[in-house]
Design a protein around this ligand. Sequence first.
Ligand code: ZN
Length: 354
Amino acid sequence: MNQPGTMRAVALTELGGPQHLVETRLPIPAPADDEVLIRVHTVAVNHQDLFTMSGRAHKADLSFPHVMGIDPSGVVAGIGSRVATLEVGQRVVVKPPIACGACDSCERGQDDSCPYLHNVGVHRWGGHAEFVTVPERSVFAIAPGLGHANATALAHSFPVAEQMFSRVGLTADDVVLVAGSSGAIGYAAVQLAKLAGAFVIGAAGSPGRAALAVAAGADATIDYTAEPGFAGTVRGIVPEGVTVYLDPASNPRVWTETLKTLRNRARVVVCGSHAGPLVELNNNWLFRSRVAIYGSSGSTRRGMRRCLDLAAAGRIDPGIDSVRPLSSIREAYADLGSRRNVGKIVLRVAGEDA
Ligand SMILES: [Zn+2]
């Protein structure tokens, strides 16, 4: 039964896994001076949530009930007194890591490196609910042509991939190898590299997943499960070698083999370690090859805006696996955890537009 001032929500009641997610009613949060109250239409399930449920989300001291959901999209339902750039009724999406907006990194536009980053749905309640409050600086207006489900689907992964290419200074002359090219970040990276005019090789762990890299626009693919020693094949495709190696997972075998494909002065950029994290590096090779290795984590407001604009213009496909009702959330996490999905699983909280 609905109670005034309350909202439908899915809450985590204790750590351990999706079995501790329950549908409940919670108070509708009130926006602080610098915050926006959003009526949520869509939100995705993400690996970040699996970390949160396991208790491995760093710096997060959870109290229960806790509401997850890092990438909600919806309509502004209320604003704090100091909110200047958004108004009630606007369609918006949330950028998951919230930067402080005031430190040296933020002032330089390097808000991916803000030391005060925190996450919607991890360090504060998120979008697995009818309403969520988020600081204005992490709420982005979306164009009329961009549906909520698509905005949600791109909000986490695309700006992360965009930031990785920003780190290495991607150009149209680059030959890019994307590891894990069918994963959320890899799928985004293939599309963004093609938009930049680069030649793109997608590396994936099965023929089906390699096909997804082709669908994203990859010029060639490598199945590193079927062909563990793929460096020769890559050299056959691009005899002069790869100039940018983007790695979202740090799989040690893919790493070692890919380093053999790099041209002198190539750039390597890493944003994740779930398949590693320890990899081999021969410093003799490193200094002789003049290769540069970059770490990258999170995204910037600039990158988020760019990806939203590209999606609104129809130039990138956010890659939705399915849109499901919020009530199916446990099954959604089961599918995500066993990697049965291809693309984002988006949950519908309200509304009907894509
Ligand atoms: Zn900051």
